[in-house]
Design a protein. Structure first.
Length: 132
């Protein structure tokens, strides 16, 4: 039987462990799967509230990958990539095929990521506004 929720501690551990394993191939995967990632956030209950943040996170990954924006620590990029790849994985702590609750763990991991990178994401957002 699948778990019905995930603690902040569990979500933090998932994020930290995932971020340690992120490499350039993972950045490329997030970029290539950007539309699929956005669709998951648009169409699945608990993830919907993060859509603006996720679009900004994907943009950050793209700008970091192409060298346009490097004013942040690698850990921030790795955490974003780890969180987005976690959402892509349909078989995680709470499998995505379970209606509604299947996305609670995804939402928890993304929420923890956003809290962890809040300052770096805001700096990026301001840079993006100035350079648009």
């Amino acid at each position: 039987m699948a778990k019905k929720n995930i603690s902040k501690k569990e979500a933090s551990k998932i994020l930290e462990e995932g971020a340690k394993k992120v490499g350039d191939d993972d950045l490329a995967k997030v970029i290539s799967k950007a539309n699929e990632i956005e669709e998951k956030f648009k169409s699945h209950g608990p993830l919907g509230r993060f859509i603006k943040d996720v679009k900004l996170m994907i943009s950050l990954v793209k700008d970091y990958f192409n060298g346009s924006y490097r004013e942040l620590p690698w850990w921030t990029v790795a955490a974003v990539v780890a969180a987005l790849l976690y959402v892509l994985n349909p078989v995680d702590i709470i499998p995505d095929f379970i209606p509604v609750i299947g996305y609670l763990d995804d939402a928890a991991v993304v929420g923890v990521c956003l809290l962890a990178i809040e300052q770096d994401l805001e700096k990026y957002k301001q840079w993006k506004i100035k350079n648009s």
